[in-house]
Design a protein around this ligand. Structure first.
Ligand code: F3S
Length: 116
């Protein structure tokens, strides 16, 4: 069972979760991260690091966000790996309390890690 990044991440992308991950399983999109379920080792280390509680164990994803299980798997195949934290999105505080952000989801890949 993997962990899943859900809707609260959209337009926030605080990236605090990344530093706790020993498996390099986060991938970056334009306005959110996802977890590769094939790489996640289910260690739970990231769960408490997200300031907006965007991450859930797959079995505990709220019913209204079940679509994010598939989305994490699909986008992890398309978006670059990110292993270093970055500044949150400029609008993160404005969207921190937003409840419905699905319409804002952006499939565009993020930058991922900088080139070595
Ligand atoms: Fe997103 Fe929370 Fe990580 S907002 S980038 S899941 S710290």
């Amino acid at each position: 069972m993997a962990h899943v990044v859900t809707e609260r991440c959209i337009k926030c992308k605080y990236t605090d979760c990344i530093v706790s991950c020993p498996a390099m399983c986060f991938h970056e999109g334009a306005n959110m991260l996802v977890i590769d379920p094939d790489e996640c080792i289910d260690c739970r280390a990231c769960l408490d690091k997200c300031p907006v509680q965007a991450i859930y164990p797959e079995s505990e994803v709220p019913a209204k966000w079940l679509r994010y299980i598939r989305l994490n798997r699909d986008m992890a195949q398309q978006w670059p790996v990110i292993t270093y934290p970055k500044p949150a999105m400029a609008e993160s505080e404005d969207f921190r309390e937003s409840r419905e952000k699905w319409e804002l989801f952006d499939e565009t890949p993020g930058a991922g890690d900088p080139e070595p």
